[in-house]
Every structure is written in C-alpha cells, then in structure tokens.
Design a protein around this ligand. Structure first.
Ligand code: HEC
Length: 128
C-alpha cells in the first residue's frame, strides 16, 4: 500500500516537473512570438510579416484532436514549409539530444528529442 502511494506520488512529481520544464522552454524560446498563453500575440508578433499561429487552437482547428505529428515536424523543422520562407525558426539542430518516444492518438509512435517532446506536452496544456 505504502509503496503504491509512493510510486503514485513520484509519478505525479515527475509529470509536474516535466510540465515545468516544458513551460520554461516555451517561455524562453516560443513566447516572444506566440505569446505566453500561446494565442499568437507575443511581443515580436507585430514586426513579423506572417502572424504567429494561435497555438491554443491546434486541437480545435483539427477536429478536436491535437495534431502531434504536425507539431513535432514544425518544431524540429522536418516539414518542408519551414524551409520555404516561413519566419518560424527551425529548432531541429538546436533541440538535439536523446530521442524520446511519443505515442500518438492513433497508437502510432514517433520519436523526438526530449525538449521537443516536453514542448509538445506543454502545447497540449495550452489547448482551448
Ligand atoms: C520568430 C517568431 C517565432 C518563434 C520564436 C516561434 N514561432 Fe512558431 N510560428 C511562427 C509563425 C510566424 C508561425 C506561422 C507561420 C508558419 O506556420 O510558419 C508559426 C507557426 C508555428 C506552428 C505551426 C502551427 C500549425 O498550425 O501547424 C507551431 C506548432 C509553432 N509555431 C510552435 C512553436 C514553438 C513550440 C516555438 C518555440 C520552440 C515557436 N513556435 C517559436 C513564429 C515563431
């Protein structure tokens, strides 16, 4: 009984830590454009030619399902769009590191570096 409680407490602490780490990464690298709340009105938004995406609407604009694979591709720069002149910086080389597995909604899996996985978790928390 005690052990079960301890494990549950540790899992909760781990999740809380991961959320803090994701939020910190987001505040440091993304909020300047997307805003701390993700709605797209960070301090730099006004000077960009293309308005930063509203990251709180990723799920609602995708039929209620968070588009994990697309978001990972956007952040780590695999997606072609980024190399076609979007102001969205390419973070792939920056967020290098040991790969983590992310389980998608349909049970498929993909791999991303730990910072990218943490950011994706944080973005899920920001959904409307
Ligand atoms: C220099 C400003 C800037 C910064 C910094 C920035 N973005 Fe963006 N981002 C944009 C702009 C502008 C768009 C919309 C145009 C586009 O899609 O390329 C965008 C689009 C996106 C999209 C695509 C949304 C979709 O519907 O597919 C995601 C996801 C995203 N950003 C996440 C992030 C994350 C996470 C970070 C931090 C690691 C970040 N952005 C940092 C400017 C920025």
């Amino acid at each position: 009984m005690k052990t079960t409680l301890l494990i549950a407490a540790m899992a909760a602490a781990g999740a809380a830590q991961a959320e803090t780490a994701g939020a910190t990464l987001y505040a440091r690298h993304c909020a300047v454009c997307h805003g701390i709340d993700g709605a797209g009105s960070g301090p730099m938004a006004g000077v960009l030619v293309i308005k930063p995406a509203d990251l709180t609407a990723l799920a609602s604009s995708n039929g209620g399902i968070f588009p994990t694979a697309r978001v990972v591709a956007r952040i780590d720069g695999q997606e072609a769009l980024v190399s076609h002149g979007s102001p969205m910086p390419v973070y792939g080389p920056f967020f290098e590191g040991p790969k983590m597995r992310i389980i998608l909604e349909d049970g498929e899996q993909l791999r991303a570096s730990a910072p990218v996985a943490l950011l994706v978790e944080h973005l899920k928390q920001l959904q409307d």
